[in-house]
Ligand binder design. Structure first.
Ligand SMILES: [Zn+2]
Length: 318
């Protein structure tokens, strides 16, 4: 009997050791959001949209730094990586490179929108215009009446939030025609990016969509939900494939671009610049991210970063 004793003694110890990692995993099944990339839109030579007294690049940096702080406190186990922390310009390719190099599980771009001024035209009066027709002796003088208009512009009243998700098969031109206010994009956002019409670019865009589209929409809808809860006007999650959001599909992770408000709307520019406004916006984005993380980690085990495109279809949750 005695020779067995050491074995009896050892066996439970081995089992316990072997079970430990499994138990730890059981607490959090499914994918872990280990790293979140926060991308303050624009910067440096590319200031983005302009308001009466502030620029988009200033606001996105202020809000993104606050978002970093809020996320760090709320999710102490998660790495928060910024694509910039000062007023510098980094190309969208560089932003995507940072996100991929840091192995992000989520890419959140913070932007501020702008809408073009509204043109107005008012009829003033008719003026008489003289013109000539024919040549030589047949040349005759004519007159005609032409309307004279006064034209002017006023700031666009558009306001509210929207979150953009890259959708490979959504033609931006057709889609934008039906959207009341198109998204503001700077020249820098579309310069030196690969030709989207090339076969390679199309394949890459489709692969990204198959892997990450559904989860990106999920995250986007959570963020927009939070904006609504905070009393903001939400234009919802907009699925587009336009060049200005190229960066989203260049990352190997679910990605959203949040338009936090219109800098061209006087009231909203003030809100975007206020401490209270920024705190509220940042909290809404953070709440959306936290809800996404919680649902993904406690829901069906889908690893968005490692599954094959076809298997990515059944996404966690409803
Ligand atoms: Zn922007």
């Amino acid at each position: 009997m005695t020779p067995l004793r050491p074995l009896h003694f050892l066996l439970p110890a081995i089992l316990i050791t072997a079970q430990l990692p499994a138990k730890a995993q059981a607490v959090r099944p499914g994918p872990r959001i280990r790293t979140i990339i926060v991308d303050p839109g624009h910067g440096g030579t590319d200031q983005g949209a302009k308001g009466r007294y502030s620029t988009e690049a200033q606001l996105t940096l202020q809000m993104s730094l606050k978002l970093e702080e809020v996320l760090r406190k709320a999710l102490p186990e998660t790495r928060i990586v910024m694509t910039r922390t000062t007023d510098i310009f980094n190309h969208v390719k560089e932003k995507a490179d940072i996100a991929n190099r840091e192995k992000g599980d989520l890419f959140v771009c913070v932007h501020v929108n702008a809408a073009p001024p509204v043109r107005h035209r008012e009829f003033l009066h008719y003026k008489t215009v003289t013109y000539y027709k024919g040549k030589g002796s047949k040349r005759k003088k004519y007159t005609r009446k032409e309307p004279v208009y006064r034209t002017w512009t006023t700031p666009n009243p558009a306001y509210g939030t929207s979150t953009y998700v890259f959708a490979a098969d959504r033609s931006s031109k057709k889609a934008e025609e039906f959207l009341e206010q198109p998204r503001f994009e700077s020249d820098a956002e579309v310069m030196d990016i690969p030709d989207p019409e090339s076969t390679e670019a199309k394949i890459m865009a489709h692969l990204w969509s198959q892997k990450f589209f559904k989860n990106s929409v999920k995250l986007g809808s959570f963020i927009e939900d939070e904006f609504v809860k905070a009393g903001r006007r939400s234009w919802g999650v907009l699925q587009r494939n336009h060049m200005g959001i190229w960066v989203l599909q260049a990352t190997n992770m679910p990605a959203v671009l949040v338009e936090t408000g219109y800098i061209t709307n006087e009231e909203e520019e003030n809100y975007l610049n206020s401490e209270e406004g920024q705190a509220q916006i940042v909290q809404s984005i953070a709440n959306g991210v936290i809800r996404y993380k919680t649902q993904l980690e406690n829901g069906a085990p889908v690893r968005t970063d490692s599954v094959s495109p076809v298997k990515a279809a059944p996404v966690a949750g409803r």
